[in-house]
Structure formats: C-alpha cells, structure tokens
Design a protein around this ligand. Structure first.
Ligand code: COA
Length: 159
C-alpha cells in the first residue's frame, strides 16, 4: 500500500507587494482576467484577500467579501496557478476560505461559476455547494457573454 502525501499550502494575507505575482497567475488562468485595478480595489476595500504558498512559490490566491449585516460571504476569486492545478490545491484553498467564513460569523457562502468551467463546478458541488440560480449573460468571454451559475452553501451544514 502506498501513501500519497499532498503538499500543504501556507495561507497568508495578500499585500500590495503580491500583486505582480498574483496578476501573472490571473492573466494565465482566466480567459478574461481581472485587471490590476480590480485586484488593488479588493485590497483597498478590505476584502479577505489571501495568497497560498509552498515554500517561496505563490501557488494561488482567493478573495472573499463578507456582509455581516446579512451574515453572507461571497467568494469572488479562487485561483490556482495553471501548472499546479489538478493536484488538490484548489480544494485546500477553498477549505481554508470556509474556515475564514466560519470565523467571520457568516452563515451563508455564495459564489458564481461559469458553466464552461466543469472543474470549478465539480469542486464546489463536492464540498456541498448547491446551485440556487443562474445569472444571464453575467460573465464576459473573449467573444461575448456567458451565464453564471450561482451556488450557495450553509456553512453550519459542514460542522
Ligand atoms: C478551479 C480551480 C480553483 C480548482 O483547483 P485545482 O487545484 O485545479 O483542483 P483540485 O485539484 O483541488 O481538485 C478539486 C476537485 O475539482 C474537481 N476536478 C479537478 N480536476 C478536474 C478535472 N480535470 N475534471 C473534472 N473535475 C476536476 C474534482 O472534483 C476535484 O476533487 P477530487 O480530486 O477530490 O476528485 C483551479 O483549477 C483554477 O484555479 N482554475 C482557473 C481559475 C478558475 O477557474 N477559478 C474558479 C473560478 S469560479
């Protein structure tokens, strides 16, 4: 019997100094990436912005907003660098985000995914997210627009 040991990612809060490395991943990972301005705004607004490292290598990042008045959190970005995808990193990062949400006191977590992104959709469903809606023509694509699938998870159902 063999045991597969998955490398553990170290999360830390994202800073302005991380933005060049974050943008280098963002522009490779998405067909329509966020701009540097959007990333910078997320930091300035005070969203929960995290980077995930293995040694000195930046493997991915995640961005989350929380609305304490309604008790809802929203995952705005979850991204693994292309050469590290499919190795369990996205799942580790999402589980860390769920911990952040739990400690924030929010009870519901929302996110959107593209129907054309089966890896993300499968990851979210495997954690327990359920589709609660569809936003028509929500995402830009290189050639037009694409719907968004809206997913929700009641955080208390996990613990
Ligand atoms: C989506 C993303 C975050 C997933 O992270 P990842 O590290 O590649 O995925 P993981 O290796 O952790 O796999 C998590 C789950 O995704 C699913 N998955 C992974 N690779 C898959 C593939 N090639 N086909 C179908 N499902 C797949 C599986 O359910 C897997 O769980 P399992 O390994 O226990 O079966 C990552 O691929 C990514 O950053 N993509 C580009 C940016 C993006 O699309 N972000 C999401 C926006 S909504």
């Amino acid at each position: 019997m063999s045991t597969v040991i998955k490398p553990v990612l170290q999360p830390r809060p994202m800073t302005e100094a991380d933005l060049p490395a974050v943008m280098a991943i963002e522009t490779r990972a998405y067909p329509v990436p966020w701009t540097l301005g959007i990333m910078r705004d997320c930091l300035r607004i005070g969203y929960h912005c995290w980077v995930y490292e293995q040694g000195s290598a930046l493997i991915g990042y995640a961005i989350l907003s929380t609305s304490m008045d309604v008790g809802e959190a929203h995952i705005l970005n979850l991204c693994v660098r292309p050469e590290s995808q499919g190795a369990g990193m996205g799942r580790q990062m999402l589980e860390h985000m769920l911990d952040v949400v739990r400690h924030s006191g929010c009870h519901l977590i929302l996110l959107e995914a593209r129907p054309s992104n089966p890896v993300a959709v499968q990851l979210y469903r495997s954690i327990g997210f359920e589709q609660i809606g569809r936003r028509k023509r929500y995402y830009p694509t290189p050639t037009g627009r694409e719907d968004a699938l809206v997913f929700a998870l009641d955080i208390s159902s996990l613990y």
